[in-house]
Design a binder for this molecule. Sequence first.
Ligand SMILES: CSC[C@@H](O)[C@@H](O)C(=O)COP(=O)(O)O
Length: 353
Amino acid sequence: MSIPLSIKWNGQKLTILDQQKLPHAIEYLTLEIVEDVYDAIFSLKVRGAPAIGITAAYGLAIGAKRHDTDSLEAFQQYVEKDAAYLNSSRPTAVNLGWALSRLKDKVREAKNVPQAKLLLLAEAVEIHQEDEASCRSIGEHALVLLQGQTRVMTICNAGSVATAKYGTALAPFHLGSERGRGFEVFACETRPIYQGARLTVWELQQSGVDVTLITDSMAAHTIGTKEIEAIIVGADRIAANGDTANKIGTYNLALLAAAFSIPFYVAAPVSTFDLSIEDGTAIPIEERNPEEITHTNGKPVAPLGTKVFNPAFDVTPAHLITAIITEKGIITADYQKNIFDLLGASTGKGERI
Ligand SMILES: CSC[C@@H](O)[C@@H](O)C(=O)COP(=O)(O)O
């Protein structure tokens, strides 16, 4: 039994687990240029907010190596351009822009181009290592919160493959498995592209966790009949007031948690907070290809030309969230105040609103 890793850096080469091929093929891809990294993020070969940020950071550092100039100013301009390009690969997860900003700040500190190149790479490695530590710490906090709760529901994949290791929402299950603490996890399949069925189920099986797959529309029935005791999800962007964007369907689960009077937890690292955004209405929501809904395995399931609305994320209002679990500790309402008190300006993403 082992926890799968999706991003590998060996000091020279960046390889990622192709999440589009999971669970039926385990294939690692080498990403060599910025365009490879853009494509991997855009096409969801690498996905999940922290994993996108880490991969983009390596991408920017790798891309910078090929910019051949002695002028620090020209080099900075190349890096800014590459960062803007990578940042346009997906809109909702704030970890992407956050990681790229950290690297851009490093270039501004550099005295010359060779030093800037080294600083870029070092920062990418640092972001990667920090994320693993953050996820582990989120898992520890979540285990405390989930004491006495065994049957837990989740959606999408906020797991090891969506981060450096362990995941956010799935971290307590991986850590629990290492320590003989058994959970019964119910994974929503996560239409339209099945991150729950393909990734969460596979990943938890690899780790020896008891996992049961349901379709998204079975959530209410399952909470009632299987006596689900808590719901835990990840996040792509958390506004200053605690409103949380995550995979489409998350908001439904939060409403169900309220209806059944069970706790609804969001697990996310500090890098997922965006204090420059006052509330969830300002979070950009990605809309994806209609074929994700009209087709299954390339075959049409709806009449040709059907009008489609395909938002990839929704925003759960803060008042439906019981607690937000971060690596620095657990935040509960009043979110506006408690988020700032715990994180302060440490997200680097804006001032107090
Ligand atoms: C730790 S990953 C948290 C979120 O990024 C995750 O729950 C999610 O919504 C991912 O969406 P995806 O479209 O698969 O990138």
